[in-house]
Design a binder for this molecule. Structure first.
Ligand code: PEP
Ligand code: MG
Length: 430
């Protein structure tokens, strides 16, 4: 038996399939429903998630753990039996019975932290790390990341759900920069949303649904406003010892960014570059404006895809709509890249899970993107994709997929198995 699941966190492991972890057993493969994802106290060797919404925050957090993970449909899960020995491959998405077939020899990365990676024909590409804390910074350094592309600072929380203050942030930011040193670190200011709501935050008007008040939209609201001041003051102090940059989350327009950039300059000295996180189609298309008023720009592909396809990234039933192979999405990103021009593109970083979907990184390279930020543990796998990719061929591939009539044709072009696509409501109907 080999089942084709959706790959999620790279790595190959074998182990006994369990629906629940037993005391002291850590070498098993845990099968659990997306709805049952909780912080794992003793991590299993591998994970199979049923009906996972790949772009959701609980799934993003899984990437930080680095446990090889694949996502299966409910129908596929019915074929898996408690106690049987399975292997999973988090890169190809395959699940089989028995031991991992011919475990490949993984070449050491050998990348010098802070330096770019290279394609087969010598093109320089930055693989940066998206992290949530000090351990992530250590991982980023260990895998030879080019930089820390994004610290999700909303995950930095004092114990007992206490509200963070400047002293807390200064200590946490310092520890991250020291662990990442000499990598430059980009801190994203507090990005709160309904699915990332801290315990200290009470009711906020308009903070409902995934398109309501969130990110920088909350910067003028108490008590978030005082936390943003605390973060900015802490960053100003930390920047005396470390190179860092500041990212303003969920910015929808140049006017909105200009407003917060000017406010932030009250704390942040000129040596700290400030950029917007463009996470809506409107913000992504504002490339000429970002070139004029921002020091850099980061495109958040998770939220961008949620807005673009009109499907909530947290709901597994609509995960199939968030289709990384849709020619319309790739044409949109092509438009964004063209709007940035070559010099502008040097300041654009792509974030989110899109780039790690099988076959997608070469397309993004072909469209002109060269800076990517991802979970540190994905960097070795992505660097191997780079080492197999030639830029000229990537451009040709991108040209072909932009002409494709539908997602199925793009998958065919990439040699993808149809099962790697999460089901859509219409494909489930009889
Ligand atoms: C994104 O939206 O792509 C992103 C990187 O931010 P987050 O996943 O934290 O919303
Ligand atoms: Mg986002």
């Amino acid at each position: 038996m080999t089942l084709q699941a959706m790959p999620f966190v790279p790595g190959e492991v074998s182990g006994l399939l369990r629906h629940q972890l037993r005391d002291g057993e850590s070498d098993c493969i845990l099968l659990l429903h997306f709805e049952d994802l909780v912080p794992l106290e003793s991590p299993p060797a591998g994970l199979i998630v049923i009906g996972g919404a790949p772009l959701s925050h609980p799934m993003t957090e899984l990437q930080g753990l680095g446990i090889p993970t694949v996502i299966v449909s409910r129908r596929q899960a019915e074929e898996l039996r408690e106690g049987e020995r399975l292997w999973i491959d988090g890169i190809t998405g395959e699940i089989g019975r028995g031991e991992v077939p011919d475990p490949p020899v993984i070449a050491a990365l050998g990348n010098t932290p802070g330096q770019p990676f290279h394609t087969a024909d010598g093109g320089a590409v930055e693989l940066r790390a998206s992290i949530t804390g000090e351990q992530g910074a250590r991982d980023a350094h260990a895998v030879g990341a080019t930089a820390v592309g994004m610290v999700r600072t909303e995950y930095l929380v004092p114990s007992h759900g206490r509200m963070p203050d400047q002293a807390f942030y200064e200590k946490a930011f310092n520890a991250i920069c020291a662990a990442a040193d000499p990598l430059p670190v980009t801190f994203r200011l507090l990005d709160i949303s309904v699915d990332k709501k801290p315990t200290w935050l009470g009711e906020v008007s308009g903070m409902t649904g995934l398109l309501g008040m969130q990110g920088s939209r909350l910067f003028g609201t108490r008590p978030v406003s005082s936390l943003i001041s605390a973060q900015a003051a802490a960053l100003a102090n930390v920047s005396r010892d470390f190179p860092l940059r500041v990212l303003v989350p969920y910015v929808a327009s140049p006017e909105e960014f200009r407003h917060w950039r000017n406010r932030l300059r009250a704390w942040l000295p000129d040596r700290i570059p400030i950029g917007p996180m463009a996470e809506t189609p409107a913000a992504a298309l504002a490339m000429p404006e970002w070139q004029r008023i921002a020091d850099f720009v980061s495109i958040g592909c998770n939220d961008l895809m949620q807005c673009f396809f009109g499907a909530d990234r947290d709901i597994p039933d609509v995960a199939g709509y968030l289709d990384p192979y849709a020619p319309t999405l790739l044409r949109f990103l092509d438009r964004v890249a063209r709007a940035a021009d070559e010099r502008g593109l040097e300041r654009v970083q792509l974030c989110g899970l899109l780039m790690q979907m099988p076959g997608v990184l070469p397309i993004l390279l072909g469209l002109g993107f060269r800076r990517f930020s991802m979970a540190p543990r994905l960097i070795p796998a992505m660097s191997r994709v780079l080492a197999r990719t030639r830029l000229r061929e990537a451009e040709q591939l991108a040209g072909t997929v932009l002409e494709a009539a539908d997602s199925g044709s793009v998958r065919d072009l990439l040699g993808m198995a149809p099962e790697t696509r999460p089901p859509t409501p219409w494909s489930q109907s009889g």
